[in-house]
Design a protein around this ligand. Sequence first.
Ligand SMILES: *[C@@H]1O[C@H](CO)[C@@H](O)[C@H](O)[C@H]1NC(C)=O
Ligand SMILES: *[C@@H]1O[C@H](CO)[C@@H](O)[C@H](O)[C@H]1NC(C)=O
Length: 523
Amino acid sequence: MIIFVSGAYVLGNPLGFKPNIVILLADDLGYGDVGCYGNTTLRTPNMDALAQDGVKLTHHLAAESVCTPSRAALLTGRYPIRTGFIPTTVIRVDIFVANYVGLPDNETTIAELAKTVGYKTALIGKWHLGLSKETYGDNKFHPMNQGFDYYYGHILTNMKDFSGEGDRVVLSQQPNFYKICFSAIVISIISTLIIKKYEVVEQPIHLETLHDRYTKEGVEFIEDRSKDNNPFLLMMSYDHVHTALRTSERFRGKSKHGRYGDAVEELDDGIGEIMNALDRFGFGRNTLVYMTSDNGAHLEESGVNGEVDGGSNGIFRGGKTHGAVEGGIRIPGIIRFPTVLPSNIVIDEPTMQMDTFTTFANLIGAELPQNTQIDGKDLFPLLKRKSPISPHRFFYHYCDGALQAARYRPKAGNKVWKLVYETPNYLPGQNRCLFTCVCSESIKLENPLLYEINSDPGEEKPLNLEDHKEIVLAIEEAVKKHKESIQPTPPMMDFYKMLWRPHMQPCCNFPYCSCRDPVYQTT
Ligand SMILES: *[C@@H]1O[C@H](CO)[C@@H](O)[C@H](O)[C@H]1NC(C)=O
Ligand SMILES: *[C@@H]1O[C@H](CO)[C@@H](O)[C@H](O)[C@H]1NC(C)=O
């Protein structure tokens, strides 16, 4: 069948036309925060509508339980250990704009692939994968040097330090840290900036209006595509629902779950606006929309007055930063593509975010990078229900550089096994750490724990290893092979690279470093 849609008819891809791709990536949104995943008190009508019109994945996995490595994997289709995104200190995500951390430029992102086949690409929102490599303004790690034609957003990440209420990331992790370093205070001043293309347009960030600005930027990009007829890849990478939790007045105090709930509902509203824009400009039917979160909800997150600032991971144990524990890596995943994919179906087969790299590349007819180990696999047969099972037999779950668990989906039957080698060092009697779990403090188990994750999603009933010798053996063999496939790569997140470099610090009007985005000036 030949389908004609706006945009050129092209051979060399499975659809006969080039679909647009919109990625909606939330930050720290938990599996249990979304209506269609079982939440009954938060209002997420737009995410629910995506599931209604598309495929809801219930066993969707992030490559890591923290954002920087997880995002690197989503964009490259490779386990973070292959790209060097394995933090070597207790600070597991990048916290400075001005340092040497970044996604190596020899890695290929999905945006770079899209450009090879004529796509217009944009990233709106959080990046968190570096800015400059060595010198001020070299912009080697900037999104526009990683495949995006346009960028507007928070080049680093939202942080509780930005709330102005005295919250500090570094101090919640290391209460005595200030004795040796005052960086906790400095972070809030030097890391809060908005970049448009290559220019710092706002410093510090006005968080209350940020979400609406992201929406406007996304809608504008979509509108422009209706004028130039290029196929497009748009990635909306939201600051919501990471702390600091600031929303516009329309949402403040409106949800049943405090400022966290307000942020979830504002997130959902922005997603609705993007969907409206796709319809309004005629892209509703030839656009694949993928909605997900970078990792599980952050259970330990709370405000200075004890407010609950973290979300829910539903029936799963643990959350963000907890390494291989299910709540840290099991995330919402919805794919909507009217007329091409079925609507209103649920797929329980295990899949991972990295799969979208390969799936999208094949869909748009882009050639995968050569001589590079790509871990993602094409999900299209599964999504179209041409294949009944996951393309993966094995999944590997890391905490920094340590492989803490592996998952096995045998070809036969419908069980999914998880063999756990290391568990987080939780506070006594609780399923949580102090503020975040530190990988190097994990408990290395003498004998691994085996779970059948479909019947025991809360990881509460470890099975007798002796009774499942074949399963354990198969997993151990796969782990061995996987480890052999890892080539030594320069670490991108070690102590040295993570240090703040004053000479690389962006500043919109030196020495004040204070300005408001002129396009969005509000009274
Ligand atoms: C819905 O989300 C809120 C906020 O994360 C959480 O407190 C609540 O327990 C969730 N409800 C369900 C049924 O999961
Ligand atoms: C990028 O270069 C590093 C060495 O500098 C190497 O370890 C890595 O495998 C390269 N990545 C790719 C995708 O080739």
